[in-house]
Design a binder for this molecule. Structure first.
Ligand SMILES: O=C(O)CCC(=O)C(=O)O
Ligand SMILES: [Fe+2]
Length: 300
């Protein structure tokens, strides 16, 4: 069963958190302290933004490649998304709101939600770093990205794929799933050999966390970047909100604590931005791009 982490029970849950991140690369968070009204208000706001005419949605332009509006495509015809790069920045938040001409009330909701989730994602990373004995590493200036996903599922599309198998590219993702419409599937480490997916059923009021490629690189291979996808299970529109903790501007290198003779350095240092470009140019979206940054020099 998907691990459940109680955020009010730390440091007691440190070991459980670490195990979840090593074996599953994902877990459910309860007692996160984010008001349920804010979660549902934000859902309501993003639903209406995704219902805007496409020429308005297109005003949500890229800041970095792929960070803005994503229209349905050949590969993912049922999927579209709005995006916001650098949601830790008030300016970026206001730019996003202006592009989509949101109402003052919608803007308030987006700002409150962003602040709360930004705090949460940083806190989660801090707790994970502490559980690995490197809690002093600063996350100051680390960039975050929002992506608001819509899946236009219909009777005819049941059984097909909403989003293809992938890993997230950053460190950690906090996902507010659809309250009713399922379809997310994950492949924990123990299912890699059989390449089988496990369904993640919606659990309103909780949040789901995934670890991405940068977490695997930073941890020298200890943390598992979970493969996942979204399948169409029923004829209903599915909405989810993902917050990606992408990482620092600078190159990421596993701390010396994670490297020794028995655990040689696996990856060359690289920046998130370069890695994102590498994923895009190689077309590797399910973790294979990490093989392109493997280190040959296995010293400290
Ligand atoms: O919609 C979902 O549940 C998952 C979305 C996702 O995997 C992503 O945005 O990277
Ligand atoms: Fe994802």
């Amino acid at each position: 069963m998907l691990p459940i982490i109680d955020l009010e029970d730390f440091p007691n849950q440190s070991e459980k958190l670490l195990q979840a991140c090593k074996e599953w690369g994902c877990f459910r968070v309860v007692n996160h302290n984010i008001p349920l009204t804010l979660l549902s208000e934000m859902k309501c706001v993003v639903r209406s933004l995704l219902d805007l005419p496409v020429d308005i949605k297109r005003k949500n332009t890229d800041v970095i490649s792929g960070s803005g509006y994503v229209a349905p495509s050949k590969i993912n015809p049922l999927y579209e998304a709005l995006g916001l790069y650098d949601m830790g920045s008030d300016q970026a938040l206001h730019d996003f709101c202006n592009q989509l001409s949101v109402s003052p009330q919608q803007r308030d909701t987006i700002l409150s939600y962003s602040r709360e989730l930004h705090k949460l994602v940083m806190d989660l990373w801090q707790k994970l770093a502490e559980s690995m004995g490197v809690g002093n590493d600063s996350t100051k200036g680390w960039k975050c990205q929002f992506r608001i996903n819509k899946y236009n599922f219909t009777e005819e599309t049941v059984g097909s794929t909403g989003v293809q198998i992938h890993t997230d590219s950053g460190f950690l993702t906090v996902l507010q799933e659809d309250d009713c419409v399922g379809g997310l599937e994950v492949m924990p480490k123990s299912s890699l050999a059989s390449a089988s997916f496990l369904p993640v059923h919606p659990c309103p009021g909780t949040l789901l966390v995934n670890l991405g490629d940068m977490a695997t690189a930073w941890s020298n291979g200890v943390l598992y970047n979970v493969k996942h996808r979204v399948q169409c299970m029923e004829a209903a529109v599915r909405i989810s909100i993902a917050l990606f903790l992408l990482g620092p501007k600078e190159a990421v290198k596993a701390p010396p604590e994670f490297v020794d003779v028995a655990h040689p350095r696996l990856y060359i240092p690289f920046t998130y931005e370069d890695f994102r470009k590498l994923r895009q140019s190689s077309g590797y979206h399910a973790g294979e791009a990490l093989d392109l940054v493997r280190s040959n020099i296995q010293t400290r």
